[in-house]
Each structure stands twice: as structure tokens, then as C-alpha cells.
Design a protein around this ligand. Structure first.
Ligand code: C2E
Ligand code: CA
Ligand code: CA
Ligand code: CA
Length: 279
């Protein structure tokens, strides 16, 4: 009936208004989060599959608004992107992550690599290279110890800025990894166009290995593809020994996932590392 139709419409409109209000509130809070020091990084180790040795960490952003629980990036990265806040926040992430690596080195820890996630808008920003160069200079971290993780969409972006940024990072010695490989629109042609160092097999393909034959076939194919192109292949989201055994058997180079460790705050990572890093 007409009545019902109108009620349904009002219901949806109200729901949409509520969503818009919530989003706006989040945006207002996020605008202040940086100066209030509400962002933090968690670190998740990556290890060599054959030797088990930890080679580095991925830095993962968290937000802790005062008096509220920790917020996961899935809830706010999109807003940072849309508002452009990702540029200053991303700069903070680089400074914090590289600074932490040097703190650990000065404390006598074996030098570790650090991977930093860079979103599309950030990567297209013409000052990214300068920003990264500045952070490396200020912190003193060797460029070879820094890797940026990009998504496949950056490979098909044929803008001048993107190819220049790729080339300059390569020249500087900063590593380039393709994150969530296999989930975006990847064109194999573009993989060889840029100096990509690492492919990260997306968690969704790792999840059901070795039981699911299709996912296992995809994981194997990504490993072969990466190696064929001279790249290192990392599996993310490794949670079980069976997954690890499968990846090991098929020559995957590195693993990352809950099996090794969840992402944790810097202090917790250092404590964990000290205990498990046998010389
Ligand atoms: P991602 O780069 O693919 O990061 C891996 C995500 O998988 C992380 O979620 C991590 O906590 C989770 N993970 C790791 N191992 C396992 C596992 O064994 N099992 C399961 N189920 N999950 C695992 P997180 O930290 O919530 O980050 C989500 C996404 O947010 C990241 O996905 C990345 O795309 C984005 N992100 C995180 N930090 C940053 C940042 O500093 N800048 C930008 N631009 N994006 C970020
Ligand atoms: Ca990543
Ligand atoms: Ca990933
Ligand atoms: Ca992912």
C-alpha cells in the first residue's frame, strides 16, 4: 500500500541520515586525532619460511580515541582517504615506523625490515618520495630496510606521478611490495613494467589451503609467477601449521600471520622477538 511504501521510505531515509551523521562524527574526530596523538602502530613479524628467522615487520595503523576502544583501520582508512587526511597521517606512519626501527637498532636489536602500507591517494601525492627521503634522512634508517606495500590498482595507474614515484623509490633502494595480490584488477603486463620486489599472496587464498584445491592452485600459481619474475613471495594470514607446510613445500619465501604472531604494540613485539630470536 501507499502507507507502507512511505513508511519504508522514511525508514531508509532515517537509516541513511544516521549513517551520514555517524560518518561525519568520525570525520570530525579523525581530523583531531593526529594532533592529539591518538594514532599508534602495531607490528606483525614476517619470517623466512625455510629458516624461521624473523626478517622484518609490517607496521599496521590503529586509532585509540580518548575513552574509547582501539579502532581497526577498516573503519577509518577509507575516511582518511576520502578527506585527504591520509597524507599527513601516512607521513606520521612513515616517521613512527622508521623511528621505531632505529630505536630497536640502537637498543642492540638485529636490524629488521619494516613494511608500510601506502594507499592510492597517498601514492599519487607528488611529494611522497620527498616525504620518505626526509624520514630516512631524519631517522637514519637504511632505505633497503624500508618497503612500501601497494595494491594492484597502483600498477594499472599510468599517470606520470605513479611511474615517477615507482622509479624513484627503486633508485633510492626502497622496496616495493604488491599487497593482497590476486584480489584486484591485476594485469600481468604491468607487473613487469615496474620494479616490484615482492608479491604478497592475499589472505583469502591462503585461508583454505591445503584443503581447497582451487585456492591451493592459486597460491601455487602466485608463487611460481612471482619467482618467474624474480620476485620474493610472501604469504599473509598464515594461521595453521598445515598452511605453513603447504607454502613451504611450494617454495613460498616468507610468512606472516597469527601462527607467528598477531600485530602487537612495539614493546610487546620487542619482548616476543627477544625470546624467539635464537642466534
Ligand atoms: P593488510 O595490509 O592486508 O594487512 C593485513 C591485515 O591482516 C591486518 O589487518 C592484520 O592484522 C591482518 N592479519 C594478519 N595476520 C592475520 C591472520 O593470520 N589471520 C587473520 N584473519 N588476519 C590477519 P588490520 O591491521 O586490521 O589492517 C587492515 C588493513 O588496513 C590493512 O590490510 C591495510 O590495507 C590497511 N592499513 C593498515 N595500516 C595502514 C596504514 O598505515 N596505512 C594505510 N594506507 N593502510 C593501512
Ligand atoms: Ca599490507
Ligand atoms: Ca595484505
Ligand atoms: Ca588484506
Amino acid at each position: 500500500s501507499k502507507e507502507l511504501g512511505r513508511d519504508t521510505f522514511c525508514f531508509f531515509e532515517e537509516k541513511m541520515n544516521r549513517a551520514a551523521t555517524e560518518r561525519h562524527a568520525l570525520e570530525v574526530q579523525l581530523r583531531q586525532a593526529l594532533e592529539r596523538g591518538e594514532f599508534q602502530l602495531h607490528y606483525q613479524p614476517k619470517a623466512n619460511i625455510r629458516t624461521g628467522q624473523v626478517i622484518g615487520v609490517e607496521a599496521l595503523l590503529r586509532w585509540k580515541p580518548a575513552g574509547q576502544a582501539l579502532v581497526a583501520p577498516d573503519r577509518f582508512i577509507a575516511i582518511l582517504e576520502e578527506t585527504g587526511l591520509i597524507v599527513p597521517v601516512g607521513a606520521w606512519v612513515f616517521r613512527e615506523a622508521c623511528g621505531q626501527m632505529m630505536k630497536w637498532q640502537r637498543a642492540g636489536m638485529r636490524p629488521l625490515q619494516v613494511a608500510v602500507n601506502v594507499s592510492a591517494r597517498q601514492f599519487r601525492h607528488p611529494e611522497l618520495v620527498q616525504q620518505i627521503a626526509g624520514v630516512l634522512r631524519e631517522t637514519g634508517l637504511a632505505p633497503q630496510l624500508l618497503e612500501v606495500e601497494l595494491t594492484e590498482s597502483m600498477l594499472i595507474d599510468d599517470s606520470e606521478v605513479v611511474s615517477r614515484t615507482m622509479a624513484e623509490l627503486g633508485r633510492m633502494g626502497v622496496g616495493i611490495a604488491i599487497d593482497d595480490f590476486g584480489t584486484g584488477q591485476s594485469s600481468l603486463r604491468y607487473l613487469k613494467r615496474f620494479n616490484v620486489d615482492t608479491l604478497k599472496i592475499d589472505r583469502s587464498f591462503v585461508k583454505d589451503t591445503p584443503n581447497d584445491s582451487e585456492d591451493s592452485a592459486i597460491a601455487k600459481a602466485v608463487i611460481a609467477l612471482g619467482h618467474g619474475l624474480g620476485m620474493k613471495v610472501v604469504a599473509e594470514g598464515v594461521e595453521t601449521q598445515a598452511q605453513l607446510d603447504f607454502l613451504h613445500a611450494h617454495g613460498c619465501d616468507e610468512l606472516q600471520g597469527y601462527l607467528l604472531s598477531r600485530p602487537v604494540v612495539a614493546q610487546a613485539f620487542a619482548a616476543w622477538f627477544r625470546l624467539q630470536d635464537v642466534p
